[in-house]
Structures are given as C-alpha cells and as structure tokens.
Design a protein around this ligand. Sequence first.
Ligand code: SAH
Length: 450
Amino acid sequence: MQAGDKAVITITGIAAGGDGVGRVDGAVVFVPGTCCGDVAEIIIEYVKSGCFYGRILRFLEKSPHHRTDFCENCDVCGGCNFAHMDYSEQLLVKRQIVEDAVQRIGGFCGFVVDKTLSAPKNERYRNKMVFPLGTDKKGQPVGGFYAPGSHDLIPLSDCRQGDSAASGWLSAAVSFLREFGISVYNEKTGKGLARRLFVRLAETTREAMVVLTINGDKLPHAEEFVKRLSAVKTEYKLTSVMINIHKEANNLLLGSQNKLLYGKEYIEDVLGGFSFRISAHSFYQVNSPQTERLYQTALNLAALSGSETVLDLYCGIGTISLFASKKAGRVIGVEVVPQAIENAKENAERNGVLNAEFILGKAEEVAPKLKKENPAVVFLDPPRKGADKKALEAIITMAPEKIVYISCNPATLARDLKFLCGEGYSLEKVIPVDMFPNTAHVETVALLTK
Ligand code: SAH
C-alpha cells in the first residue's frame, strides 16, 4: 500500500490523538473524523514510520454515534476533532484512551480506569478563546482558526466551543481592523501589525478580558478599538482591554508585555467559593463548571485530615492550593510564571487564607529544597510534557503518603506514574475528567499511595 491507494476500512478503535484506527491488509491505518464501527472508503494520504494515514472518500456505513450536526466547519477547522462523535461516545473513548496509556505506556497491566466524569456543559464551555488573524483573498483582515496541522486560516464568524461573546468581539475587532486599514501580521514576512485576538471570560462574575496581540508597540486608533468592543452586546461586562506586544517570530500566544487600554489588567472569577484574580499570562482551566469538579475529585482522593502540610506543584494562580487550604494545616504552592504567583499570593490574601504560601520558581528546582517541610500530600498538575524527572525525584525523597497527579496528557501521566511506582508508590485510582468536550483532549486525576 502507498500514498494514493484507495481501500475500504472498518474503524475498530480511536488513537490517543483522536484519529479512528483500523486495518487494511493487516496494516494499521489512521483516519481522522471517524467513530468505532464506521465503514468507509478511504484514500491513503501519506505513510510515516510504518503507519498509514487515510482520508475519507465516502462512508459505506456510519456508527449510530456518528453525528454531523455539531458545526458546519468541522471538516475544515482543526479545533474539534471529536465533533463528529455524540457526547456519550466521547466519554467512553476518553476512558479507553487513558486506560490504553496507563496499561501500555505505564505498564500497569489490567489496571481498570474509572468512567470519565462528564462535563456539565459540553458546548460553549470554553472561557478562553484565542483567534489568529489573517487576510482573505482580497487582502482584507479576517479572524478564525487554523486548519488541522497547519497555519492556514479558516475564517469563522462563530465557534460553538466558546460563548457567543467571544465571537462578537472577534467580529468587532475584525471590522475595526478593516475600517482603519490596520495591517495583519504575516508569519512568512514578519510584517504587519495585528496577530491574534485573545478573549477570557469569568463565568461566575461575567467579567471579560480582550487582548489584541500586536507586532509593534502601539495600536493606532486604540480608543476607537475599545469603543467598538464596548458596543458589542453580550451578557459579559468588558472589564479589561489590553494590547500585548509580541514581535517575536514564534508560536507563543502572548509576548511578555501588556499595555492596558481600558479597565484592569486582570479579571476576577469565583470558583468553589473563592474569588480568583486572573491575568492574561496566568494559566486558568478553560472549562469553569467542570474545573470545580476536577479539583473536588482531586481533593476527595487526597482525603486530607486538616492538619498536614500539602505541596501544590505547578500551582498556577493557586486554585488547588486554596481549595486544599480549608482541609490542610499548611499549603505550599510552586509555579514558574511570575504573574501567576502574584495572582496566587493576592488570591490567598483576598480570600483570607492564612495557611497558604507561594514560591516562584521551577518545580524541579524548588521541590528539592522543600524536603524539610515534610509534606504528607503532594498535588502535581504539570503542563502537557509532564513532570520534570528532578521534580519527581524530589517528591520521592520527601516521601509523602499520597500523591495526587492531575494531568492533561495521558501519555506523560503514564510515563510519570511508572517512574513513581518503581520507587515505592502504588497506583490506586485513575479518573478521567472531561474538561475539553468535542476534542480528543482529556484530563485525568490519579491517586498514588506510599
Ligand atoms: N494547577 C493549576 C495550573 C496547572 S497548569 C490550575 O489548575 O490552574 C500547569 C502550570 O504549570 C502552569 O501554570 C505553568 O505556568 C506551570 N509550569 C510550567 N512549567 C513549570 C515548571 N517547570 N515549574 C513550575 N511550574 C511550571
């Protein structure tokens, strides 16, 4: 078989990245946009490391879980690679993806992963939307999303993953750019001003932040920009408008410096009864109602006694730390982003939490210095690449009774669980939590005991 060949395939599984998987003449073929049970005619697009990648030509039979009504842009936009699957099926598949990783990468043969905890809202749930800006064929500014695996812009007027407020501000920003003849950044030439529109919403307080990232220091007609955004009718209050200076040729969403155009430099949200200040640069879970359930799940697993010391590695703005503070003697949070640590300190103070402290630094550099604090429970919630080996080694040296690992990447979670279980811990429970409906992404909470 080679690129360009046609074949008929029955999809029998879903791979970690979300593609359907089946076999043709014994060879493994990955086909995006399919569900288990779909039978389709495909064309092989390319071959990589002995695996074949196909594209649907036509369906011969569709799984009863295959849906086509989620979004008209599904076939071209790279945002939602599970949009074609009904929600109950997505939950089953995510459990399977996590279990496959735990068993195959982690080596926990026969380990049974819990059912996926479903999300209260499975559309329009995202509280953060980042729209790249580009130009249409006539050279006019447009905003939208990138096509899968590319930087080809698919212009969108709405996206069902985010609140309609975000789409409203995108339209207002695009029409502002068009009317005032403001150029859009071109990745190939490095020229042009407007790069992306970043929108962050606080679900409980209904505060909203809009940030335009620019390849320059100044936005012409900035007052008019604020006026246009303010005129958009939504349930949210626009309480923060900024430009972000981003002149580097990289894929980072934001450059390091913000300039305030209107309001405050942060928004406030309420989660689990705590009020949180969130800056543009700080990490904040994107699905707010499900975040409370995620943290509650993690806390239930930790079963804190009320007197122990707790370590929260990769703590962001201190969300898990504050949730844990009510049930622990003392909490220490560690985080590398300065704005997030600033937020965490303010958040503790503003909520009257006296038993939480926060340290700015890399988990792998700070954790080795915390052995004397003798934590009984360690929470860790690293980014997709997982925990640094040095951070894990430091945890082993501290020898906490329990480790609660929260992860957005089953593969690195499984790798790290394997390491910890080789050093005296045992894996008790693994619970997938659906933070990202309609995508193949899955969050997982795991409990290890010494
Ligand atoms: N627990 C928080 C944040 C989780 S996201 C929450 O639920 O909101 C992961 C966090 O790890 C981010 O805030 C990121 O800035 C931080 N981070 C990334 N690399 C790090 C490192 N090496 N050391 C400490 N923090 C790091």
